[in-house]
Design a protein around this ligand. Structure first.
Ligand SMILES: [Zn+2]
Length: 107
C-alpha cells in the first residue's frame, strides 16, 4: 500500500485517503495553441516504469492537491511537495539521483 506524507497537513496518509490525479507538471495548453499541442495536453500521459511525478488529492483529509515523486517499479517514495511548485524541489531530485546515479528517467 502506498503511504505518503501530505505536505499540506503533514500527516502520513495511505492511498485509501487519497485520489490519484495523474501526471504532475503538465504544461497547460489553451486557446491559441495548435490542435496537436491541445490533444497532447488532454490525452497523452507518461506511464513510466521508474521515476514518476504524480498529482494526488488528499480527499479524505485536508482536501488539497499535492505532488509525489515515486518509483512505479519499486513503489519507493522520494518525497511529496506542494502542487503549486512548477518543478520538483532540489532535495527530491538529489534523493532520486542518489538512488539512480545515472539520472535515468529524471526530469
Ligand atoms: Zn493533507
Amino acid at each position: 500500500m502506498l503511504k505518503f506524507i501530505c505536505p499540506i497537513c503533514e500527516i502520513e496518509t495511505d492511498e485509501t485517503e487519497l485520489t490519484p490525479g495523474g501526471e504532475a507538471h503538465l504544461k497547460r495548453m489553451g486557446p491559441g495553441s495548435s490542435d496537436q499541442n491541445f490533444y497532447t495536453y488532454l490525452f497523452e500521459r507518461k506511464n513510466p516504469r521508474g521515476i514518476h511525478f504524480e498529482r494526488w488529492l488528499h480527499s479524505y483529509g485536508c482536501g488539497k492537491w499535492f505532488h509525489v515523486a515515486r518509483c512505479t517499479k519499486t513503489m519507493e517514495v522520494f518525497g511529496t511537495y506542494s502542487a503549486q511548485e512548477i518543478k520538483p524541489p532540489k532535495k527530491i531530485l538529489d534523493a532520486i539521483k542518489k538512488k539512480l546515479p545515472n539520472g535515468k528517467n529524471v526530469k
